[in-house]
Design a protein around this ligand. Structure first.
Ligand code: HEM
Ligand code: HEM
Length: 319
């Protein structure tokens, strides 16, 4: 177990040191010969998969470790904002606004960073509580009638972590003034992880067909049941539509889509109207809708657990 922990810590330190702060060191307009930015994207991906994997292991101590990793991920996002983003001065002097809504971006980044900080502290408190639990989690790969199996859980948490990280990353990328030296690197990481999320969502949809998803929790009232069902459908639609609209917007803008070291050239010619229409979807409509649906999803799950005291509800997805 100690060897396992040491190995995890090494991977984790590598991933964090490569990801949040390494972008700061890049001072280039073109992609690096060694594709450092692809390694950064890979580190973020590996860290997210490992966190989701540890969160759903049988041994209680490994699950505690997963919770600590999740807390460290939240702190990394908050630290990236407080110690790096604020220092760039782009919040005061961003790329010129394209719509009045763009002036909300500094406030959005502040809110998201503070939420990451609070979530990190809350997760550490959960880890302390969790460490008193010695119960072995008997979990099969397939879904069961009243709880999600390991495959669905790992997919849910990997996608959730990557999705949540893409939001501040996308907002920050969009305010970096044109011509800033490392600007392209943020797009490489954002697009690479965005495409990866789409691929993972397709795997998840395939898995849902192979292994029937559990029915909604029996303790929900019929109104809560309808809302939860609607929220789940809306989240699936957004998990598919947000990366697809990003890809189409990028192509209409005449820019390549990056996937690690690979570059896919735009599939069609530049179009201002196309960029505006698909940009409205990717940059405004879908993210603002996402804030509402995701807020309802997370608050609903927390209410279920903390206010209604349905202590088994949360455990259907993570224990
Ligand atoms: C960190 C915050 C999150 C928490 C606490 C959370 C919690 C949960 C829980 C407890 C469930 C199981 C619901 C049930 O018992 O039926 C669930 C399901 C689900 N979550 Fe999340 N979630 C989070 C983030 C996300 C994100 C970011 C997304 C997508 C972008 C997402 C998408 C979904 C979907 C689609 C389901 C339904 C799964 C299915 O039946 O296939 N969640 N979540
Ligand atoms: C789940 C996947 C994704 C999420 C959650 C996401 C989210 C976001 C968000 C919140 C923004 C900031 C919008 C703004 O405030 O202006 C953004 C910007 C951006 N996204 Fe994504 N994105 C995803 C996938 C993609 C993909 C796959 C691509 C392209 C292949 C892409 C390309 C872009 C570009 C180019 C911008 C910056 C636009 C600008 O400079 O104004 N995104 N993204």
């Amino acid at each position: 177990m100690n060897i396992l922990r040491a190995l995890c810590l090494a991977v984790m330190s590598f991933a964090f040191s490569q990801s949040a702060f390494a972008l700061q060191a890049l001072q280039i307009t073109e992609r690096q010969p060694g594709h450092l930015e692809s390694w950064i994207a890979l580190s973020i991906l590996i860290t997210s998969v490992l966190t989701a994997w540890f969160l759903n292991q049988n041994a209680p101590k490994v699950r505690v470790f997963g919770t600590i990793l999740a807390a460290l991920g939240c702190f990394a996002i908050a630290a990236w904002f407080l110690f790096y983003v604020l220092g760039t001065g782009f919040l005061e002097n961003p790329k010129p606004n394209q719509t009045p809504l763009d002036s909300a971006k500094p406030a959005l980044l502040w809110i998201q960073a503070m939420m990451a900080l609070v979530s990190g502290v809350a997760l550490l408190a959960v880890a302390v509580k969790q460490s008193k639990n010695t119960e072995i989690l008997e979990l099969s790969a397939a879904n069961e009638p009243d709880r999600y199996g390991r495959v669905s859980r790992v997919l849910h948490w990997t996608i959730a972590i990557l999705f949540l990280a893409l939001i501040p990353m996308g907002i920050f990328a969009s305010i970096i003034p044109e011509g800033t030296e490392y600007r392209v690197e943020y797009y490489v990481v954002h697009k690479t992880i965005g495409v990866t999320v789409l691929a993972l969502v397709l795997v998840r949809l395939f898995w849902n067909r192979q292994s029937k998803r559990p029915a909604l929790d029996a303790s929900l009232t019929s109104k809560e049941r309808k809302l939860a069902h609607l929220a789940h459908i809306a989240l699936y639609v957004m998990m598919i539509m947000i990366p697809i609209t990003g890809f189409i917007m990028t192509s209409f803008h005449g820019a390549p889509t990056f996937f690690f070291a690979w570059e896919l050239e735009p599939l069609w010619g530049f179009s201002k109207t196309g960029t505006i229409v698909w940009g409205m979807l990717h940059k405004y409509l879908l993210p603002y809708l996402l804030y509402i649906v995701l807020g309802a999803h997370i608050l609903g799950a927390l209410k279920h657990q903390l206010i209604d005291k349905h202590t088994n509800a949360f455990k259907r997805m993570v224990s």
